[in-house]
Design a protein around this ligand. Structure first.
Ligand SMILES: Cc1ncc(COP(=O)(O)O)c(C=O)c1O
Length: 305
């Protein structure tokens, strides 16, 4: 009998799935880490548990304290799950534009959700969270955008998993960046194992990584308004800037062709990976990440034409 009796056992250890429906040249293989298989449905469950575990171990919080965080939703769901495990209260500040499903799920897990105006972006949500921390006793902001434990999460979890899943046979890693934690931690781990591994970062059009001007985009979960201090640009072997239309086209394709119901950041990661594959030499193994599922975006018309 295989029994799991706490939430920690339902985070990580996700399948690495080979994408086979696209014709790739000469033994090039493409794999995706299926992060929607985490208990809260996204890659951010890893972050929620790691951040709060570290906060306890480093005596920043105690049982019963209040966690406050600015989040687009998936981090909130991950933190809300971890807060159940560690017996904490949670309040999230979320710009209004983010999907209603994610906000509903955060509330279902016991969180209070406060909305900030869409047009003021994540910066305003962070400001409001900081003001609340001043007012609420025994409160703590993990602040995924300025916390080295964010990339550390993936350095200690996703990085080793990817490496072990392919027995070290990886040539190129491709991942989207919202805070940049996933990319930074995983890329650092992989390059430490083998400095020849190339690590490609993915952003939507409207994100600032490749010097473009910040503007709104529909691809949800990735895209940077500023560069957190933990970002190490030496890890950017290439930057892929993917228009929304391409990301949404790919997520529809991958549903029909592979049976994978993934969100738009996965669509962008797939498009970038296919561009990488197009240029790669024979026998290259490419690994990417599908951060979450399309089911939390149905209200946004994710599958509409
Ligand atoms: C759907 C989705 N994809 C990708 C990411 C990117 O993760 P990171 O913040 O580690 O860059 C996020 C982050 O919230 C996300 O929600």
């Amino acid at each position: 009998m295989r029994m799991i009796n706490n939430l920690v056992g339902l985070v990580g250890g996700t399948p690495l799935y080979e994408i086979t429906s696209y014709p790739l040249r000469e033994g090039i293989r493409l794999f995706a880490k299926l992060e929607f298989m985490n208990v809260g449905g996204s890659i951010k469950d890893r972050l929620g548990f790691y951040l709060l575990q570290q906060a306890f171990e480093n005596k920043k919080i105690n049982k019963g304290d209040t966690i406050i965080e600015a989040t687009a939703g998936n981090t909130g769901i991950g933190l809300a799950l971890a807060a159940i495990h560690y017996q904490l209260e949670v309040i999230f500040v979320t710009p209004k534009k983010f999907s209603i499903e994610k906000q509903t799920l955060m509330k279902a897990l016991g969180a209070k959700v406060i909305n900030t105006p869409t047009e003021l972006g994540m910066k305003e949500a962070i400001k409001v969270a900081e003001e609340m921390e001043q007012r609420i006793p025994h409160s703590y902001i993990p602040n995924q955008f300025a916390n080295d434990w964010n990339p550390d999460t993936y350095y200690h979890t996703l990085g080793p998993e990817v490496w072990n899943d392919v027995d070290g046979q990886i040539d190129i890693f491709v991942a989207g960046a919202g805070s940049g934690g996933t990319f930074t931690g995983t890329a650092r781990y992989l390059k430490e194992q083998n400095p020849l591994i190339k690590t490609m970062i993915v952003e939507p059009e409207g994100s600032i990584l490749s010097g473009g001007k910040q503007k709104p985009h529909k691809t949800e979960g990735i895209g940077m308004e500023f560069l957190p201090d933990f970002i190490d640009e030496h890890l950017f072997d290439e930057i892929y800037t993917i228009p929304d239309e391409q990301a949404f086209l790919r997520l529809k394709e991958v549903a029909k062709q592979e049976g994978l119901l993934v969100g738009s950041s996965s669509g962008a990661a797939l498009e970038a990976s296919l561009q990488v594959a197009h240029k790669a030499k024979a026998g290259t193994n490419i690994v990417t990440v599908f951060p979450d599922s399309s089911e939390r975006y149905l209200s946004t018309g994710i599958y509409d034409n």
